[in-house]
Design a protein around this ligand. Sequence first.
Ligand code: AMP
Length: 143
Amino acid sequence: MTVRSIINAKGQDVLTIMPDAPLREAARLLAENRIGAIVVVDGSRRVVGILSERDVVRVVGLDGPERLEDTVDTVMTHKVVTCDGSETVHQVMEKMTAGRFRHIPVVTAGRLVGIISIGDVVKHRVAEMERESHAMREYIMST
Ligand code: AMP
């Protein structure tokens, strides 16, 4: 199963924010949309960072709520690991495990076309395993 099939099923909607926006705005978007990460893009919609709820909790927990007035680019992760639509769910799982993060923006020909979370990966992997076990049961019953 490919990343493209997940994006086709869930849609291309990706919540984005500009690097000079205040952290308070990013936290509000994360809370209102009930999501765990937001992709940071520049004026040409190029991916320049990613900010997850963990980043917000880290700085507010360590430095206090005044950090919410700082800009997103002072807190975000700058070196973003992305994936392409042609990659498999297995490859994405490996990237998440190696990088210890739960979100991967999907970029095709330099354009942001979606985001995959660990929840999407687990959901599709479970569905795949159910299909495999169903096929196995059918095979055993027919022999
Ligand atoms: P998460 O597990 O996605 O909440 O993120 C944990 C940490 O990894 C945070 O510091 C994020 O900014 C960072 N992070 C999340 N996704 C990525 C990614 N695709 N590439 C690089 N860093 C990431």
